[in-house]
Every structure is written in structure tokens, then in C-alpha cells.
Design a protein around this ligand. Structure first.
Ligand code: FE2
Length: 417
């Protein structure tokens, strides 16, 4: 396969990419625009970049909004109640249909790497078993990581620890947690220590729903980061959400950041979800309820953006478009200075790959698996300005998706010529 007239992130000229045996075998700068009838694909100056990474989504709950009841208040806690009503209705077939449909949506929008949280506070583990099976069936096309996610708590749910361990035995790749939702602070602290010990014992990654609340007193992030540091597991550990950090005072944050830098853990922020669910108990001014993405990045920590939900009890909208999440996130986090815009795609590409620990196979580099997408626009800023569609998605040299850009058929002439 040969791709011509491709732009690459952070590089000036146009490039020709050769793909052989599913790997990048040649990446060469061109002298100007090429015409080559033998080329498989003409990128026409559009950006070829590594595929989008969706590092935090709940596939098991996707496409269930309104079933059986809608979330009327728009709060996270009503979302958990609505989900508790939907959960007993789960069947393997229901999960399979919705998960595959959601993965299709993600693929249609340039995603090739997905980390899904799957609720394991279910004695039958219906959704988990179905998604482990799907992971095997699609493994050549999509990299899917499964988090054993205790939606109703580890310490606060009957047999919570056993369910987590069973989920790992069934095939979950990542250990989850939800300390701020446990009945007591002590339960939350104990659960975090247990999660890290389990990671040491099993060699699994960790990704915790950590302090997803507007309560400035929710301080499980320091517990998770300390446990990760002491176990020397930092880059294998992720703190998702950390929205309480929005409400921490600056003096505490300054002290906390020292620990976070030492720990080297990753952060996932879900800006569309957080700006929708958080701040719900405020009158005015209303907090944005998003973690300190800008400050974490400036401190050298790894942060990525995720969707969290697609049409589920917590979030009625969502369509698989990470560019929409990125656009919303950089607005909400005051990250639209020009230098920030110039590398903003990091937040939905490279940084997500680092969180998922797939860097060894990720990126447009010689000898790496030929996974890439083509986006409308020649660089990060243009891609964001245009908010265009993904034109091409290639996995191991095979086409997952090809799309023609939309054409305007006619437009009113405003000025007589
Ligand atoms: Fe989540």
C-alpha cells in the first residue's frame, strides 16, 4: 500500500508512506505534490496521524438512555439509579448488540484503541463475559482493554472483592475502583490500597474512577498516587475524572502536585461528561467540575480526553466523535492559546496511547504496525477548525473505513459578479 501527499504532525513537507506486511516500511519526504496512478491513496495534503484513542468509555451502558426511565435531573447520582434499574434487564444478546454498534460508531470516527469500563457489581457478570468474548472476536481490528469497574463499590457492595477477582479471571485487563462512592472514607482508602496490591499480585493495569464529585474534601487521589508510588507502578496506574480537584484549594493542590509528579500516574478527563454532570449542586457561580487539565499538563503529567458515555443513563448525547470532546475540553479548560492548539490532538492520540500502555505499537514510525487515520486539515489547528470527518482508517495495513468528504451541491451567490 502506498499513500501519497500526506501531512504528518509537526512536520513541514508532504510525505509518501509505504506499507508492507502490515508495517510502515518507508516514510519519505516528497519534493512537492505528487501524482502517481499507482498510489493506493492520495491524502491530498490532509493530516495522516496515529488513530484516535478512546481511553474511558462505558460500552456496557452505551445506547441505553431512557431505558426504562430517563435521567430527569441530569445528575450523576440519578444516572447511577437509572442504571441500577436497567442492569437487571441486561442479557448477553442485548449487551452484544449495543457494544458492537457503539464500537462501529467509534471506528467510523477514527478510533482504534478503546479502554472500556464494565460494571462488575453484578453477581452474574453478564456484561463482562459478553465483552470479553467480543474482545476476542474483534482483536485483529480493534485494541480493546476491559476494566473491571465496581460501579456500586468494592467495599460497599456484597462480595465486591470476589466479584473484582472473578472479573479478572474471566478476562478483564484493568482493575477499577470508585473510592468516593464507597459508604465511608475508610472504605474508600482501604479499597485503593487493595486495588494496588491486587495489581502487584496480578500484573494488571489500574484505572480508578477517582473523586468524581464536586466535594473538595474527596481526597482519594492522594491515596491512589501514594500507593502507586510506593508500589512503583506509576505509569501503569490511571486516575479518571478527579473532578474534585477543580474544588481543591490552591495550597493543597500545590502540595498534591509534588506527589502526582513523583508518582507519574496518568489522568483521564471526560470534559463533556463532567461539565454536564458536575456543578449540579451549585447555584451561582457554577463550577465547571473538570479536573485541572491545563495545570496537570504544564506539570508534565500525562492527561488524555475521553467520552465516558454514549447515550446512556448519565449522558443522553454522544456520537463517537472524539474531535467534539476535544473541542469542548479545550474550551472548558482554557487551553486555546495558540501553542496549546498546535499540539491539541495529543489529548486524543499519543496521551491516550500512553495511558493504555500501547506506545510500543503506536505511532507513524518505521517498523511499527501500519495503523493510521486521515483527517481533514493539514495540522492540529486546521483539523480542529474544520471539525471534519475521518476520511480513512487503516489497521495493520487493512482499510477499516474510507469516506469521501461531503460536497456542497449548491450555495446561494451573495454578490453579483
Ligand atoms: Fe466513567
Amino acid at each position: 500500500m502506498k499513500i501519497i501527499n500526506a501531512r504528518l504532525r509537526g512536520k513541514q513537507p508532504l510525505f509518501t508512506l509505504l506499507i508492507e506486511n502490515g508495517l510502515f516500511s518507508q516514510i519519505e519526504a516528497q519534493q512537492g505534490v505528487l501524482t502517481d496512478d499507482l498510489a493506493t491513496y492520495d491524502a491530498k495534503g490532509n493530516l495522516c496521524c496515529a488513530p484516535f484513542v478512546e481511553p474511558h468509555i462505558h460500552l456496557d451502558a452505551a445506547l441505553t438512555a431512557g431505558e426504562p426511565n430517563w435521567n430527569m435531573s441530569g445528575t450523576l447520582f440519578e444516572g447511577i439509579e437509572r442504571w441500577a434499574e436497567r442492569k437487571p434487564l441486561l442479557t448477553r444478546q442485548d449487551v452484544e448488540q449495543r457494544v458492537l454498534k457503539t464500537i462501529e460508531l467509534l471506528v467510523a470516527n477514527g478510533v482504534q484503541y478503546i479502554r472500556t469500563h464494565v460494571d462488575v457489581t453484578d453477581p452474574e457478570l453478564v456484561a463482562l463475559k459478553a465483552i470479553v468474548d467480543i474482545k476476542q472476536r474483534i482483536k485483529d481490528k480493534i485494541h480493546l482493554q476491559i476494566v473491571a469497574f465496581p460501579q456500586e463499590g468494592i467495599w460497599s457492595y456484597p462480595n465486591g472483592r470476589q466479584l473484582m477477582e472473578r472479573a479478572l479471571e474471566e478476562g478483564a485487563d484493568v482493575i477499577g475502583g470508585i473510592p468516593h462512592f464507597e459508604f465511608t472514607r475508610e472504605y474508600g482508602v482501604e479499597s485503593m490500597r487493595w486495588v494496588i496490591e491486587l495489581a502487584q499480585k496480578t500484573g494488571k493495569l489500574v484505572d480508578v474512577h477517582c473523586d468524581e464529585i464536586d466535594d473538595g474534601a474527596a481526597r482519594f487521589l492522594e491515596v491512589l498516587a501514594t500507593a502507586a508510588l510506593e508500589a512503583n507502578l506509576g505509569p501503569r496506574v490511571t486516575a479518571s475524572h478527579t473532578t474534585a480537584m477543580h474544588s481543591y484549594n490552591n495550597a493543597y493542590c500545590s502540595k498534591l502536585f509534588r506527589l502526582l509528579k513523583m508518582s507519574k500516574i496518568n489522568f483521564v478527563s471526560c470534559p463533556t461528561e463532567s461539565i454536564h454532570l458536575q456543578g449540579r449542586f451549585d447555584t451561582y457561580p457554577k463550577r465547571r467540575g473538570i479536573t485541572r487539565v491545563k495545570e496537570l499538563r504544564e506539570a508534565g503529567l500525562n492527561v488524555c480526553f475521553a467520552q465516558d458515555s454514549i447515550q446512556d443513563p448519565w449522558y443522553t448525547l454522544g456520537n463517537g466523535k472524539l474531535l467534539r470532546v476535544l473541542d469542548s475540553g479545550i474550551h472548558s479548560c482554557h487551553m486555546m492559546g495558540y501553542s496549546e492548539l498546535q499540539n491539541c490532538l495529543d489529548l486524543i492520540t499519543d496521551n491516550g496511547a500512553k495511558t493504555l500502555q500501547v506506545e510500543h505499537e503506536y505511532g507513524i514510525e518505521l517498523g511499527k504496525p501500519a495503523n493510521l487515520i486521515v483527517l481533514q486539515g493539514g495540522n492540529d489547528v486546521e483539523v480542529l477548525q474544520q471539525q471534519g470527518e475521518v476520511l480513512l482508517s487503516i489497521r495493520h495495513g487493512n482499510v477499516l473505513l474510507e469516506r469521501k468528504p461531503a460536497e456542497v451541491v449548491s450555495i446561494t451567490q451573495f454578490v453579483d459578479s
